[in-house]
Design a protein around this ligand. Structure first.
Ligand code: F0G
Length: 401
């Protein structure tokens, strides 16, 4: 399905409750089952720009699994441990929910009526869901024909006003910024600092789980908000440890080298120039002029990390590999982190070679979105399933064992 191929209003929802912002119920956790509140604001309140007057708009995001990956670790060798931070299991299937809970909660606190974002798909799905939860409107501005099927369906299901433009993500973001300046809309792209604040909680979770920061952190880079957020999170925990060395938790002794991966056809930071017509199968990171370009550069320089590129072929190989050998199905953009890990291990052209990294290094790769959001590339490789007769013998023969 392409973005510009449909026009539908979500009018079939039946008797709908009045769309109005949720009240300012101070300190009221949105998710409260068996006495336990979930969500990144409930967990990391002290580190976030919220106060007693902030209504908490949450869908129970965060607390995503940090999965030890034996086969990826084996591939690196040298006694290294590789973990995958699976952000695809957030409420709308991507890491965006961490930032969105903070951005939307703050927007409601400030009296916002309408949210707006430009998106390659995941931000729009997340913004639409949290707007629905908050009871306010959300407009999503998307590059026509370039949004993965699952993400577009999400924005529609959550009732967003979807506008497809004849342009790319960078054009959409420019328009959104102009509309935001007029004061009618609250922008919930990662240029909104509340988004970055929420997203840094992923770094906190990693440190809290493994007891310190990892040595290396690999992730895909698009608009460059996430690498900025992780680095802010790691730095904050390191500063906390310095300030309170006696503390057993909520701190780290070090910060990792941040290694970001762009798709080869959409790699402005790597090439150090705006890409006018970015192209890649990983549509989530099809961005030619990232908003947080400078912050990403700073994160890479300060952490002694690197920025590198991976080809579409490498992305697809990595996506398939991770699903088949570690049981983790991610969307193509997320697989860029895994393709990047392979490049660090195998290629002489890697911007950061892992061939001589210290033994027993700990490496975390963030996979940012669920594979079901963007099934098209995988679907093309599936053969049509011809039913066999419904007998045990026929089924056994079809299995081929
Ligand atoms: N991975 C996925 C699945 C994404 O959706 C994005 C960004 C990124 C990685 C890159 O993160 O932009 O913080 O560097 N998606 C945005 C969107 C642009 O509109 O959904 P970033």
């Amino acid at each position: 399905m392409s973005t510009d191929s449909f026009e539908a209003e979500n009018s079939e929802a039946g008797a709908s409750p009045a769309m109005r912002p949720v009240g300012n119920r101070s300190g009221c956790p949105t998710i409260a089952c068996s006495g336990r509140s979930r969500g990144v604001i409930a967990r990391y309140r002290d580190f976030l720009p919220v106060n007693d007057k902030t209504p908490i708009i949450s869908l129970g995001e965060g607390d995503t699994p940090l999965i030890y990956c034996p086969r990826l670790s084996e591939r690196i060798g040298r006694g290294c441990d590789v973990f995958v931070k699976n952000e695809g299991v957030n409420p709308t299937g991507s890491f965006k929910d961490r930032g969105m809970t903070v951005a939307v909660s703050k927007a409601i606190e400030r009296g916002a009526r309408t949210l707006i974002c430009a998106s390659t798909g995941n931000t729009s799905a997340s913004a639409a869901a949290y707007a629905a939860r908050a009871g306010i409107l959300c407009a999503v501005i998307l590059p026509g024909g370039k949004i993965a099927t699952g993400k577009l369906l999400q924005a529609f299901a959550y009732g967003a006003k979807i506008v497809a433009i004849a342009g790319n993500f960078d054009d959409a973001l420019r328009i959104v910024q102009e509309l935001g300046e007029r004061g009618d809309f609250t922008i919930v792209n990662s240029i909104n600092p509340d988004r970055i604040a929420g997203q840094k909680t992923a770094a906190f979770e990693i440190v809290d789980e493994i007891g310190d920061a990892p040595d290396f952190h690999l992730l895909p880079v698009g608009n460059a908000g996430n690498i900025t957020a992780y680095w802010a999170g790691y730095r904050e925990y390191q500063a906390r440890q310095r300030a309170f060395p006696e503390r057993q938790s909520n701190g780290s002794t070090k910060a990792p080298a941040m290694i970001g991966f762009q798709a080869a056809g959409a790699a402005p930071i790597f090439h150090n120039q705006i890409i006018q017509k970015p192209e890649t199968i990983a549509s989530a990171i099809r961005i030619g002029n990232p908003a947080s370009w400078k912050q990403a550069r700073a994160a890479i320089a300060e952490s002694h990390g690197a920025i590198d590129i991976v080809s579409d072929e490498e992305i697809i190989v990595a996506q398939t590999w991770l699903a088949r050998y570690e049981g983790i199905f991610v969307e193509p953009a997320s697989a860029a982190a895994i393709a990047g890990l392979f490049k660090c291990c195998d290629s002489n052209e890697a911007a950061y070679s892992f061939k001589k990294i210290p033994e027993q290094s700990r490496i975390v790769c963030t996979v940012t979105g669920h594979g079901l959001k963007d099934p098209d590339a995988i679907m093309q490789r599936m053969r049509e399933l011809k039913p066999v007769p419904a007998t045990v013998n026929d089924v056994q023969r079809a299995i081929g064992l």
